[in-house]
Structures are given as C-alpha cells and as structure tokens.
Design a protein. Structure first.
Length: 158
C-alpha cells in the first residue's frame, strides 16, 4: 500500500501569496516590512520621503488609501482596491516609497522585503476599527503614548 507523502509546508513568499485574490472595491489591511527589518524609516526626512512616494495619485491609481502608518521597519495600509490587481498596487507603493527613501539615504538597492501580508476585511468587520488598529501601531510599539504624537500616519476619518 502506497502512503501519500505529507503535504509540503509553504514557506516564505509563496505562503503569503496562497489564496490571494484581487477584488475591486474590496478593503484590505496590508503589512509590508523592510528588507532584513532594517529601520530605514527611523529618520524623519527618510520617512516623509517614503510617505510622499506611496501617497502619489499615479502610484495608487484608482485605489483609495483609507488609513496608513509608517513605522521604522514596516508599514500598515488600509486600502480600498480599484480595478488594478492588489499585487500591482502594492508593488507600485513599495517601489515609489523605496526610490524616495533611497534618495534621502543616498543609497541604492531594495528597501522593502519582496512580499507583503494582506487581509481582506469581511462585511461584518468594522473598517473604522481596522483603521484605529493601524494608526495605533506606534502606541502599541511603545514609540509614543498617543497616536496623535506620531507624525507618520493618516486616516480619512480623522
């Protein structure tokens, strides 16, 4: 009797892509980390350069950025997808912010790790609660006592 081999565990970037779909109008909570979790965005000018990159209308296309926070070594975005596929929008956001950050850092090479984590919000989930979770990230990380004291975030409801 042949015994089937156990399933191979998916690791790394392939596991993050498994089951990913792009649904126009869907709201996604996205997390992207820097390469090697380097704190590229710890400096004020570098962080603002990165923010300018990922908030450009040409970069977002017809997607809508509802809330975001840029941490020293990662970002959270609450994004409502337009017609462009999710991976293309995130790729443009990471590319543009990386180019802008590299100019300030006087360096070249990748800023972001190649993959990202996404979570499609379900109808019953509260989008505003997800936005509060995103912008409260610096408080949970111990960087500030109040979200309003952290300069690198925004939310359409505030």
């Amino acid at each position: 009797m042949d015994i089937p081999a156990p399933p191979v565990a998916r690791r790394g970037h392939a596991a993050l892509r498994r089951g990913r779909v792009s649904v126009p109008g869907q709201i996604y909570h996205l997390t992207a980390v820097t390469r090697d979790r380097s704190a590229y965005f710890a400096g004020f000018h570098v962080a603002w350069a990165a923010v300018r990159g990922f908030r450009q209308p040409a970069v977002l296309g017809d997607a809508r950025l509802l809330a975001w926070v840029l941490m020293p070594d990662h970002a959270h975005w609450l994004l409502q997808l337009g017609q462009d596929p999710l991976d293309k929008v995130v790729s443009r956001m990471k590319s543009a912010s990386g180019v802008h950050a590299n100019r300030v850092l006087a360096r070249s090479g990748p800023v972001w790790a190649p993959a990202f984590h996404d979570h499609a919000l379900r109808r019953e989930e509260d989008v505003r609660a997800a936005a509060r979770y995103v912008v409260a990230n610096p408080v949970r990380a111990g960087l500030v006592e109040r979200a309003g004291d952290y300069p690198f975030w925004d939310c359409i409801w505030l």
